[in-house]
Design a protein around this ligand. Structure first.
Ligand code: BTN
Length: 329
């Protein structure tokens, strides 16, 4: 993570260079725009190149930026990000075992509310129920958000539902008709496109932080999925028939997450629950729920304030609350 002042100079430089298209901008002019010396411009251009930006320098002409590649760097993500605090502090990696562990460590060291940990690849991506989350290089968005809400620990699962709504809204904005399968799988045409894993760090009745892990399949093609998940997984690119700019999608997701998060803290869970139910593909269906203790089949009526699924058992006609587990529709 770069120092804020340096980050803002880099942002200004990228902005100016991008606006110039394939034209050149002199070092002197860039120095004036960024309010720094020409040597500082050169130093920052060098840092940007290390982040993966391709910037040409030609004597007597100046600098020119080449069309950007689809890279998840701090600078790329910050340019055009429309949030106040979500994703404002970014830790971006090429490859890590899992962003969850890094985020938990950063949270323990006092990372800011809204910190984003993101990696191009995860070698030990974690899914729910101790499953593996396949996280190949450049195919998707593998990230963990650190938030520090002032809510009692028992309400933390609500953030998982909120995150699913944010993912669905961002996908729908891109023209992909995503829905939510309880508890927090995001599906398109019956196939999984995103998953959420929430880890709570709390002491008795006080939340220290919540690490929300989100995996979104963006640009994978069917052949990129391993044989065991090929028939049950999809990506935004498969559904849209074209690759997407991951940075733009990420920025939209973060803005939607922030909106919902602020609403949740100000107005409570009802507005979030309403949206979750609107986009749910579980509610109103006959489902079979399998938990560690039992398996039951019945009509899924809705969710309660804790995010538990309310199922009317078709054998006993009684309502049962399902707090964790898997369902089949
Ligand atoms: C699920 O099983 O549906 C949850 C998947 C969560 C995957 C994300 S990817 C980023 C973060 N890091 C991980 O190791 N897991 C979560």
């Amino acid at each position: 993570m770069a120092h804020t002042g340096e980050q803002s100079i880099k942002k200004q430089l990228v902005h100016a260079l991008t606006n110039a298209g394939d034209g050149y901008i002199s070092g002197q002019y860039l120095a004036e725009i960024a309010g720094c010396s020409r040597t500082a411009v050169w130093k920052h251009i060098d840092a940007l190149r290390k982040e993966g930006f391709e910037i040409e320098a030609v004597k007597k002409k100046g600098y020119r930026i080449l069309p950007r590649k689809d890279r998840l760097t701090e600078t790329e993500i910050l340019i055009g990000l429309k949030t106040d605090f979500i994703g404002r502090s970014i830790h971006a990696y090429e490859s890590v075992p899992t962003t969850q562990t890094i985020a938990s460590e950063l949270a323990a060291k006092g990372a800011e509310n809204g910190t984003l940990v993101i990696s191009e690849e995860q070698t030990e991506g974690k899914g729910r129920l101790q499953r593996v989350w396949h996280s190949p290089h450049q195919g998707g968005l593998w990230m963990s958000l650190i938030v520090k809400p002032d809510i009692p620990p028992y309400q933390a699962p609500r953030l998982t539902l909120l995150t699913a709504v944010a993912a669905v809204l961002a996908m729908r904005e891109m023209g992909v008709e995503a829905g939510i399968k309880w508890p927090n799988d995001v599906l398109v045409n019956g196939k999984k496109i995103a998953g959420i894993l929430t880890e709570l760090h709390a002491e008795s009745d006080q939340i220290h932080s919540v690490v929300i892990g989100i995996g979104i399949n963006v640009n994978q093609q069917p052949e990129d999925f391993s044989t065991d998940i090929k028939s049950i997984a999809t990506s935004l690119a498969i559904e849209k028939g074209e690759n997407l700019d991951r940075v733009i999608f990420l920025q939209s997701f973060l803005a939607k997450f922030e909106d919902l998060y602020v609403t949740f803290l100000a107005e409570g869970f009802s507005p979030i629950k309403e949206q979750w139910e609107r986009y749910s593909i579980t509610i109103g269906k006959r489902v079979t729920a399998t938990t560690a203790q039992k398996s039951l089949t019945g009509y899924a009526r809705g969710i309660n304030e804790d995010g538990a699924l309310v199922v009317k058992d078709e054998h006993t006609n009684e309502e049962q609350l399902i707090y964790s587990g898997d369902i089949t529709i």
